[in-house]
Design a protein around this ligand. Structure first.
Ligand code: ZN
Length: 321
């Protein structure tokens, strides 16, 4: 878990070394309807926290409303490799615990590979403030609607508790929410809320999940960078495709590893505490400072500050295809 070694504290270049060990794994896509043979479930065990002492985290700052539902649940299923724990009420079926653990355990490596990380890199980069930094924690939560399936916070991924009702695109939705889970763990140290603009977080999760992205020539159809928080965003159905377009512009010009370094640098800003609060357009100062410090470039290789990306978004997109 992250203790912020001196190479970071000194600042400056050289931060790339941290993450270069992550290797790219091949990703498999399976478009099956949800529900597969139980013999494919990941091996594991049902345990009770009253025996192990491993209670569901009760740290409100790192949970969302959906995952808070598991505070006080003592039953959990842990995979035999000890990476994934699924907590929930004993009223839910064993199959749902096993299916949730299997989905998470099967998908996390592919998600991390898109962040150019392996499992051990991820554990190392997580905040020391995260409960159970060596495990992926999930909560079967009655507060997650079946249609929405899952919802991620820094401490846990909340999942709808009736696996018979999970949608056919369960794999893609869980991949999207695992991307949020990874983002939050890489970008927050102990901030009580996300430090990422909505368009960046959703754009990256959309790209990681392989969901639709708007075409570059449609860039005038929406203003993704104005959606900094959920309150800023309307209901336009197009907006996720445009968040993804904005995010992918940055990733194409700079590479996926640079995006991970950006998240890591946001976490460093949070840990240092020198850039609290938000700027006038609503983005966290930690994000804006990190964006500028990580020295991103535009599609022509010219330095791209956050202010320029925001001001020249349409010019940049228009010239990029
Ligand atoms: Zn999302």
């Amino acid at each position: 878990m992250r203790m912020w070694p001196s190479r970071w504290v000194k600042g400056g270049v050289g931060l790339a070394v941290v993450l270069l060990s992550g290797c790219k794994a091949s990703s498999t896509s399976d478009d099956h309807h949800y529900g597969y043979d139980e013999s494919h479930y990941t091996h594991g065990y049902f345990v009770d926290a009253r025996d192990t002492g491993h209670y569901f985290p009760d740290t409100g700052w790192s949970l969302n409303r959906e995952s808070e539902a598991c505070i006080g649940d003592t039953l959990y299923f842990e995979t035999a490799n000890e990476r994934v724990r699924v907590y929930g009420s004993p009223a839910y079926s064993e199959t749902t615990f096993r299916a949730a653990a299997t989905e998470l355990d099967n998908r996390i490596d592919d998600v991390l590979s898109q962040f150019r990380m392996g499992w051990h890199d991820f554990i190392d980069e997580r905040s020391a403030a995260a409960p159970y930094p060596k495990q992926l924690i999930a909560c079967l939560s009655p507060h997650v609607a079946d249609a929405e399936l899952s919802s991620a916070s820094l401490s846990a991924v909340a999942i709808a508790p009736y696996h018979g009702s999970w949608p056919y695109d369960t794999g893609q939705i869980l991949t999207h929410d695992l991307a949020h889970y990874v983002q939050e763990n890489l970008s927050r140290y102990n901030a009580h809320h996300t430090l990422l603009p909505l368009w960046f977080a959703e754009g990256q999760a959309t790209v990681v999940a392989g969901e639709p992205i708007a075409s570059a020539y449609q860039h005038y159809d929406y203003e993704p960078l104005r959606d900094v928080t959920r309150e800023d965003a309307g209901n336009a159905s197009l907006r996720y495709e445009h968040y993804a377009l904005a995010y992918r512009y940055l990733e194409k010009a700079n590479g996926a590893l640079a995006m991970t370094l950006l998240l890591d640098l946001v976490q460093f800003m949070d840990w240092k505490g020198d850039y609290p609060g938000v700027i006038s357009s609503g983005e966290s100062r930690a994000f804006v400072e990190a964006f500028d410090a990580v020295e991103l470039v535009d599609h022509r290789g010219r330095y791209l500050s956050f202010a320029r990306f925001r001001a020249e978004y349409h010019e940049l997109l228009g010239a990029s295809y």
